[in-house]
Write a protein that binds this ligand. Sequence first.
Ligand code: RB5
Length: 147
Amino acid sequence: MPDIIAFGSDHAGLALRAEAVRVATAAGFQVEDLGPFSTESVDYPDVAALVGQAVAEGRARLGVLVCGTGIGMSIAANKVKGVRAAHCTTEYEARMARAHNDANVLCVGERVIGLGLGGAVVAAFLSQPFEGGRHQRRVDKISALDR
Ligand code: RB5
């Protein structure tokens, strides 16, 4: 699988998405920015589907989605088979989402955490590996719920 991180947002997440792309690029990750590229209003499920499918189909290893709260993106992305999307508001949650849940999509809310904390949450998510071990069995049980 290519070591690419896919990014997307709605109109309420444009600035934090730009910061997330900056943080990922500075950390050496290969970035696929799926937009949008104007300030026009867009529906977050459309972008969640784009990023979720990129991850589920193996075109990206991880995804990052930004909306106003992070909630709508996480609800929508988790409808894509193979996606384990985690809505995180702290660096601890972001690390645990990777380490224990093998989350493959991070959802964050620009209106909730802003750019400073948001960038740190993204950096924590991207740098934390899955721990495997006992957590693999539980993740396998999550995958078994996909149908
Ligand atoms: C857009 O106004 C807002 O509803 C959206 O960005 C997000 O917060 C939804 O969960």
